[in-house]
Write a protein that binds this ligand. Structure first.
Ligand code: ADP
Ligand code: MG
Length: 616
């Protein structure tokens, strides 16, 4: 009498199998990862039982390991382990009867996506069935680690259930033989299996041999305490995960238990190709669960603006068996993302303190990313603000300051943080907008890139101090002794009124300035919320400029400036000449503000004025 029993799969398992067999054609290689992970889990369980020391284990001298054999001639792939194995009841339960908690969710997810994704298989704890993506028949021979166990064989062609029969004296552990489908014969090639094992299972703790060659030689150093990892190991590891010959700028190796278990090593590469004007880079942080690769270059682990990071994140809260379904759980991913980002920001703040020079190098290479974060990521804006560095009127050429340092230097009468965009330091310090700051002994942040204005504007305040564009600052020059020939208040007001009439549409409001020292006049953007250059940048970015109606700038004159005093006289004696001079004064101010689109337009007038001067 045959001892072979025939069983049908539990209905939901059969459904999973139908999907696996009939609709998964991409990413099929992940079945290797799944079967190797199961083998590694079985080895782990054996080690656990053995280390307990109370239960006798079958064949105690056989160390846990994994052996893979590809037989191209026979068209088979065999994955064998010397792990815990399975009893007959376990075989029936684990590979056919019990619907894992993940099974239903897998079916749901596949149903919702209307597209089966092979990656889902492992994530929902139904990894074993991925074998049927590539195999027309799967044979499992297994013998439990219980001292009194015997061997069993389980066979299935997917559809129509499985058979089970005794297999006598087997070595401890499990051997899975896949008879590969015609379109999956590549998986019977040793080189192909080597490649796949290296990709997904390179950090598995137990030795994996493919065709007799040991595969996983790189260690999962992130699971070890920092103090036990050598510099050479870090270097080798970085070369492996970073694909980068140059040493990284920074390295963060940490582990955390709450609010979520994380073991991670993150690297900041020395160079970033995006900064060099190349295409947008993708995060190269791989997500592992207990050393097994779950997702290379995992999406959503970090905010976009940290896409320059490389390394490994391992979280046991995504266990391979029970909870891998939670990988799909965006809540979990969000938790990971938040914990990782906060930790990395704290790390950067610490480095800035401990190694300011290294931090400077980092900042020069990666400032754009941090600024992108300020603009796009409300949640981390405060943390990022502390990391920003700017040149300022108080720093030496090429040196920078943090906002915190700036605030510390603020004199008692200064309430706001001022910033000024200019093409360079010299220009900024010569700018009419800077004059009032200089006169009051207030520091100004000097920025050269348009994005900086938006970043500072978005921060809005730091340490309770408002951040404002220099030209928006409501400051006045401290009362100086009246200079000789200075316009009286009524004279100045009269001149301002005349200028408004004379210049007409070219200007908005004309005022007597309280902020100018050495410049005769200045133009100010009328928009309360934007500087002129911000407006220009936004315009350049949008084809539809209807949101930014052309507006004439406000115009302020300096009553203490001799040129302005002369203009006041001339408008009475020679109104026609005064009108030309006024137009030129406005153009000069616009030029100084960078608002002159085509300075050639004023050449005619300059020449005319020159002629008048020379003919005197
Ligand atoms: P998961 O690994 O998420 O539990 P799988 O479908 O991959 O789901 O595996 C189902 C179960 O089958 C495992 O939980 C384990 O109990 C058993 N199993 C699979 N492969 C092996 C193996 N090589 N050795 C021992 N048990 C195994
Ligand atoms: Mg599994």
């Amino acid at each position: 009498m045959s001892q072979t029993e025939t069983h049908t799969f539990q209905a939901e398992i059969q459904q999973v199998l139908d999907i696996v067999i009939h609709s998964l054609y991409t990413d099929r290689e992940i079945f290797v990862r799944e079967l190797v992970s199961n083998a590694a889990d079985a080895c782990e369980k054996l080690r656990f039982v053995q280390s307990g020391g109370t239960t006798a284990v079958l064949q105690p001298d056989v160390a846990p390991s994994i052996r893979i054999t590809a037989d191209e001639a026979a068209g088979t792939l065999t994955i064998a382990d010397t792990g815990i194995g399975m009893t007959r009841d376990e075989l029936v339960e684990n590979l056919g009867t019990i619907a894992h908690s993940g099974t239903r969710k897998f079916l749901q997810a596949v149903g919702e996506a209307r597209k089966a994704d092979a990656q889902l298989i492992g994530q929902f704890g139904v990894g074993f069935y991925s074998a049927f993506m590539v195999a027309s028949k799967v044979t499992v021979r297994t013998r439990s680690g219980n001292a009194d166990s015997t061997g069993w064989q389980w066979t299935s062609a997917g559809a129509g259930g499985y058979t089970i029969e005794p297999a006598g004296e087997l070595p401890r552990g499990t051997e899975i033989v896949l008879e590969l489908k015609d379109d999956a014969k590549d998986f019977a090639k040793t080189a192909e299996i080597e490649r796949i094992v290296k990709r997904y299972s390179n950090f598995v703790t137990f030795p994996i041999e493919v065709g007799g060659t040991r595969m996983n030689t790189v260690q999962a150093i992130w699971t070890r305490p920092k103090s036990e990892v050598t510099e050479e190991e870090y270097q080798e590891f970085y070369k492996y995960v970073g694909h980068d010959a140059e040493a990284p700028l920074f390295r963060l190796h940490f582990s955390a238990d709450a609010p979520i278990s994380i073991k991670a090593i993150l690297f900041v590469p020395a160079r970033n190709f995006e900064t060099l004007g190349m295409n947008r880079v993708d995060s190269e942080v791989n997500l592992h669960c207990r050393k097994v690769l779950i997702e290379p270059k995992a999406k959503g682990l970090f905010p976009d603006w940290l896409r320059f990071l490389k390394g490994v994140v391992d979280s046991e809260d995504l266990p391979l068996n029970v909870s891998r379904e939670r990988m799909q759980d965006s809540d979990l991913l969000r938790k990971l993302n938040r914990a990782l980002t906060n930790r990395f920001l704290k790390f950067l703040a610490d480095e800035a303190e401990k190694q300011p020079e290294a931090y400077d190098r980092f900042f020069r290479e990666y400032h754009r990313f941090l600024k992108e974060g300020v603009l796009s990521d409300q949640d981390h804006r405060d943390g990022l603000a502390k990391l920003l560095r700017f040149e300022s009127s108080a720093t030496e050429l090429g040196k920078t300051t943090s906002l915190a340092e700036y605030v510390k230097r603020m004199p008692a009468d200064q309430t706001e943080i001022g910033f000024l965009l200019a093409t360079g330091r010299e220009t900024a310090l010569a700018s009419p907008y800077y004059e009032v700051f200089k006169a009051r002994g207030h520091e100004v942040l000097l920025v050269t890139e348009p994005i900086d204005e938006f970043v500072l504007d978005r921060l809005h305040e730091f340490d309770g101090k408002k951040i404002v564009a220099a030209e928006k600052a409501e400051l006045s020059v401290p009362d100086a002794e009246a200079s000789e020939g200075q316009l009286s208040e009524p004279e100045a007001t009269g001149l301002a009124e005349w200028l408004k009439t004379t210049l007409g549409e070219a200007v908005g409001e004309v005022r007597v300035s309280k902020r100018l020292v050495g410049s005769p006049a200045v133009v100010l953007e009328g928009d309360r919320f934007m500087t002129a250059s911000m407006k220009r940048t936004l315009k350049a970015m949008q084809r539809d400029t209807s949101g930014f109606p052309e507006s004439a700038p406000e115009f302020e004159i300096n009553p203490r400036h001799s040129l302005v005093a002369r203009l006041e006289k001339t408008r009475h004696s020679d109104p026609e000449l005064a009108a030309k001079a006024a137009a030129q004064l406005l153009d000069n101010a616009r030029l100084s503000a960078g608002l002159m689109e085509d300075p050639r337009a004023m050449l005619g007038r300059i020449n005319e004025l020159l002629e008048r001067v020379l003919s005197k």
